[in-house]
Design a protein. Structure first.
Length: 212
């Protein structure tokens, strides 16, 4: 087949458009996250690892995490090379829960200003966006498997209850810690855990915050 110059120019335009499109760029920039890392251990493998990557903070969930996690999951969901996603944590522990610095920041932002209604609405929107990040796991069309080691506390339990399958190492331990902080586990644990362990057991674990 002979390609005339006009066709070459047309093909060049198509390639340029594809390479500059957001859809393509999300795969090129897959690893450019502050709180996460995406690893494909074998170039021929369809198994991708999504790793919580703040080991020095025991993978505590920061405000950046809740933005990046949704983006990362969406990119993996749309990537045709991905068949399975393994969710794990870097370092000694899977996840130590929500970053307390982030909680303080949310509290300060929601209480700033003299209008209580507007402050409450800011808090509601922040919580809804965080809930949406966890729910993104459920909405992902690819199976998401949680691989848990060490501590899985608070927000970490929110994450794994949204996964399709959960496996853990012998040293893994869990705690719905929010009751000890006088807050509600409102990112999904109270809604999802009963279907995994039963209502009575979920109630006992949520009210005692004991390790299990």
């Amino acid at each position: 087949m002979v390609i005339v110059p006009n066709e070459i120019h047309f093909q060049s335009q198509i390639s340029s458009t594809l390479l500059s499109s957001p859809f393509w760029n999300q795969f090129e920039a897959m690893d450019s996250y502050k709180t996460l890392k995406i690893v494909r251990k074998n170039t021929s493998s369809s198994v991708f690892h999504l790793i919580l990557n703040r080991p020095s903070q025991l993978n505590a969930l920061s405000l950046d995490f809740f933005v990046e996690f949704t983006t990362a999951l969406s990119s993996l969901d749309q990537n045709p090379d991905v068949s399975v996603i393994i969710l794990s944590g870097a370092g000694k522990h899977f996840c130590s829960g929500i970053d307390l610095t982030s909680l303080s920041s949310i509290s300060e932002q929601s209480s700033s200003g003299g209008d209580r209604a507007r402050s409450s609405e800011r808090l509601r929107r922040r919580i809804k966006s965080m809930q949406a990040a966890i729910t993104a796991v459920e909405q992902c069309r690819k199976p998401v498997i949680a691989a848990i080691h060490g501590a899985c506390i608070g927000g970490g339990v929110d994450l794994i209850t949204a996964c399709d399958i959960r496996y853990c190492s012998k040293d893994a331990f869990f705690s719905i810690k929010e009751v000890d902080l006088a807050i509600v586990a409102d990112l999904g644990t109270l809604q999802r855990l009963p279907s995994i362990v039963g209502h009575a057991k979920a109630m006992e674990l949520a009210l005692t915050a004991r390790r299990f």
